[in-house]
Design a protein. Sequence first.
Length: 488
Amino acid sequence: MKSTSYELIHAAYKAFAAPSIFVVLLIMGCAVGPDYVRPTAPVPETYKQSPDWKPADPKDAQPKGAWWEIYNDPVLNALMKKVSVSNQNIIAAEAQYRQAQALVGVAQAGLFPSISLDVASSKGSATSSKYQSAGVAASWEPDLWGGIRRSVEANKASAQASAASLEAALLSTRSVLAQTYFQLRITDVQKQMYEDTVEAYKKSFKITENQFKMGVASQLDLSEAQTQLRSTEALAIDINVTRAQLEHAVAVLVGESPSKFAIAPEKIEFSSDTNSYKSSIATVLDNLPVVPTGLPAQLLERRPDIASAERLMGAANAKIGVARAAFFPTPLISASTGYQSAVLPNLISAPNKVWAVGPSAALALFDGGARIAASDQAKAAYEQSVANYRQVVLSAFQNVEDNLVAVKLLESEIAKQSQAVTSARRSTRISLNQYKSGIVSYSTVVTNQVTQLNNERTLLTLENRRITAHISLIAALGGYWGDGSKAN
């Protein structure tokens, strides 16, 4: 049976090969539709917020691949390893990429002939004769006008766009993870600040209570001290809600259940030498490296979302060729060979051999304008993809400029705010001593305590904005670092 099948297929091949070779020679290099040329996009010579840019010279010890390692946080590094294997959005994007790859194979299959084997037994209704048949049929639609090749081109470009989208999803998820993690660490500092403030207010309340019992302080003073204490205790409770929600967000980003995920709080201490809290986030902020921006033109190659938009343009351009190919006749070369007999034992023999071979062509003479509409739609879709590409480029430059100015100015703002915090703490300390001495009323103490707390909260908010802008700048530049290497 094996040799018989081979004979059938070989016979079909001989009948099919001769006309096929001629057609292959005919169609080589022929493909309707425009060849793709990447459209231009507005690219500035320099960044507005970084006019004095020069090539960066980072230290050799600084990591140049996984950009998040520049923050030197082992907990963050461990979390990042889980993103590419556990984050469900990344898994979905990876599956979408594999689908796009498979579609390339589907399109490429149209370039080759299809061969089928058919074995059948039939009984005639009029004569009651029984027939046995076995045969091989082959057909091929020569890609005379390049429609199939344009379809392959479009699917390849779409697969490349899907790969770039996967990289964009990874970059976005990793940057959000880093921002969320550091926000959680700042929340740890804020929690400790509230706890320290509550302890200080408890002492103030105790002093006021004792003075009230002695007849030195008024009922108003006691009420103000109690109000100040209770409201700050409420803030200390509320910050736990924020921290828990941030922890839950990190869990989802690394693909774990929030109910089983935890990040241990840091032990935060106040340093009287530096008049600030000692923490990992403080260390990160004190050692933020300058981000090498590179030339604006390099952004077109760095950003995966730009790469995805550019490849979608290529796919849309190729689909114009697919639509144009529909205006031409569709050729088909078919061949079949086999055996047919009323007696099964003698089926495979020369007298029972049958065969057929021949070309054909089909052309729709009237379709109500469907092909013209399809061609117009393909052209419009390409123009839309060009506009989308240019918009992505413009948005990318906006992202870079926004975060450049944020990183630059927030550093100066934090320096000023730190000075304000130092002054506010000193004012609170002086007013409390004056209150103990009976020089000022407790309202003065309350005013200074509120000012101090507000300034401390503002400082933490600015520090959170600065680390967020620093991470966003790296992401806006495409996740590149140092010598231009890309994060894995």
